[in-house]
Design a binder for this molecule. Sequence first.
Ligand code: HAM
Length: 408
Amino acid sequence: MDILPAETELWQYVEKTLCDKAKCYGFGQLRLPTFEYSELYKRGVGQTSDVVQKEMYSFYDNDKRNLTLRPEGTAGVVRSVIENSLVNEAMPLSLYYLISCFRYEMPQTGRSREFYQFGAEVFGADDPSCDADLMTMVDDMLSTLKVNASLEINSIGCKRCRPLYHKALREYFSQFKDQLCPTCLERLETNPLRILDCKSPICKEIGKNAPSTVDYLCDPCEKHFNGVKSYLDAAGLDYKVNTRIVRGLDYYQRTVFEFISEDIGSQSTICGGGRYNGLVAELGGPDISGIGFAMGLTRILLAMKNNGVSVEGTKPHIYLASMGENAKLKAFVLAKELRKLGITALFDQVGRSLKAQMKYADKKGVGFSMVIGDSELENNKAVLKNMLNGESFEVELAAQEIARAVEI
Ligand code: HAM
């Protein structure tokens, strides 16, 4: 995916806002490799997920190792936390990341094969207040970015109560064996929960009357889910319990949630996440809990733009036009000194005529321009022109003075 300079200002604004917010909630940044052993995703994300079954970009390297471009961040974070012994740090451990991900999906608005995620994970906090705090952080981030999205939550139980729910789902969906899509027929055996996430209109319709997860929760899971709701209520967050949210990755247990935007078309899930107690142990670490989320940055930007949010692109402060080789040398040196003072300064690097230089400066939308020629060099003074209002005044050919003038 190409992101052009006209767009990157908004990207940088979004990324900075998200990182700054995450810091306020006690998160530190983790930077991850772009590819991992394929085995990590098979074990971490799960064999019955669409991501592992159909969407991974996997390849063999020269040493015949099977590697995969990361389709998501959580499995890599868990791997890193175990490998770097972060599990021994004071818990809870809160980490965030900004990554590109790769999934072989059908591209459409808001869905691409390479996309960017901002994600966050918390380890070692099983209390419902942690789930609610994470959702509060997402809500805080989205409202700061002026993105409208509604929160939907569910609990999909744990290892203890899930088998009972699976049994109920199998019984229900078995009645419709002749109508389910071939993938869901397979899911009926391997992971019937995933049928609720099927995109096929017929499976979706059948799924509408399927048993609800929340009716099969064991006591601790029910207590936990009630706790999450109480904390969300205390935080004043609007949410809806949607018992059809099961999420597309296999590692989730208990709380799952999504933030949905009505402003961006069919790919409306801006953010998805949930609890994954058991994953750290599954990947070879101690038995500590985990919860997290990831938001799709393309979708955030789409929602912002559809809401009319824009960020004024930075224009160069000054263009130093020159006539003659000595003047160009002066412009070159002045530009260097001005940049040290934080001023965006441009000068002629292609040997244009003065007229062509001024045309270029205009196209670049510079705030000020200055022409340096022999007489300016002799007097060590030049005329600074404000390109917006046409006003001109004389300044010394000294970086400090020019910087003061263009920053007014
Ligand atoms: P996910 O729901 O697969 O969860 O992806 C999270 C978000 O990434 C989605 O809500 C969406 O905004 C964005 N996204 C996903 N696929 C695409 C795509 N092809 N094009 C554009 N945007 C996309 C995860 O990835 C989990 N790792 C989240 C998580 C973290 N759960 C716990 N911790």
